[in-house]
Design a protein around this ligand. Structure first.
Ligand code: DGL
Length: 263
């Protein structure tokens, strides 16, 4: 009995190319407050979105191995880029492990109303991957979809900059070509972008609905853990441990700040 509870009390491992996945961690804690978490940010190798597929795969496997060595009972790939590059292979390597990835929340955006106009913001790698092309193909008759690669955007969040004038100007330039498209919604297809939501909102205006995949991912993880009978039966609030490949105190402080940041 004790051994079973110990198994269930093991942490959930969460990783991202940097600090962005903390937006998913926030949702995981909302959905499963009694679980324990190890969050690994690979800020040393960020951004992933402009790297080669092979590099992102290798980093993703290193992150997964690290978290499993630390005792993780399941993995959340809190990075759209790493999910599209590596999650299928990862499930092949660890077939028994609950592994959940994140993908752009195109489904709720496309089904929001009759034929909406949807802008999907993501990294260059995410929009180029076959996985995203298939996702777009699934909804192409239901919505007008504009995929937009946003190189340079995650760097603001990595630097802890969520509301500078520079960020605002960057977003204005990036989104300018879509401002006359009568957008109904914007999908934040990179886990860093919810931290820039306030500024994105300022550029696109209040009539546009903004979606992200964090909550859906957290619910899916709960479902997968329940299926594997690995949910923590404890009722006390769990703990969160941050680790980062740039393990300076400033970096860890940024992680703690982002965990508390309203998004
Ligand atoms: N946070 C990552 C994502 O969700 C990507 C940022 C990057 O490393 O380029 O796609």
């Amino acid at each position: 009995m004790k051994a079973i509870d110990e198994e269930k009390g093991r942490p959930i491992g969460v990783f991202d190319s940097g600090v962005g996945g903390i937006s998913v961690l926030q949702e995981l804690i909302k959905v499963m407050p009694n679980e324990n978490y190890i969050y690994l940010g690979d800020s040393k190798h960020a951004p992933y979105g402009t790297k080669s597929l092979e590099e992102v795969r290798n980093y993703s496997f290193d992150n997964a191995k690290h978290l499993l060595d630390e005792g993780a009972k399941g993995l959340v790939v809190a990075c759209n880029t790493a999910t599209s590059a590596a999650v299928r292979l990862m499930r092949g390597r660890y077939p028994k492990l609950p592994i959940v990835g994140i993908e752009p929340a195109l489904k709720p955006a496309a089904l929001q109303k009759e034929h909406p106009r949807v802008l999907v913001m993501a990294t260059p790698m995410t929009v180029e991957q076959e996985k995203f092309k298939q996702l777009m193909a699934r909804y192409k008759d239901r919505a007008t979809i504009y995929p937009l690669a946003c190189p340079g955007l995650m760097e603001f969040v990595e630097a802890g900059d969520l509301e500078s004038d520079e960020l605002y100007v960057f977003l204005q330039d990036l989104l300018a070509p879509y401002m006359d498209k009568q957008l109904d919604s914007v999908v934040l297809g990179c886990t860093h972008y919810p931290f820039a939501r306030k500024m994105i909102r300022r550029v696109v205006g209040d009539s546009v609905t903004i979606f992200d995949g964090g909550e859906g991912t957290a619910r899916e993880m709960r479902r997968r853990l329940a299926e594997a009978d690995l949910l923590n039966p404890g009722t006390e609030p769990g703990w969160v441990r941050f680790e980062n490949s740039v393990s300076t105190e400033e970096e860890l402080e940024l992680c703690r700040r982002l965990l508390k940041q309203e998004i």
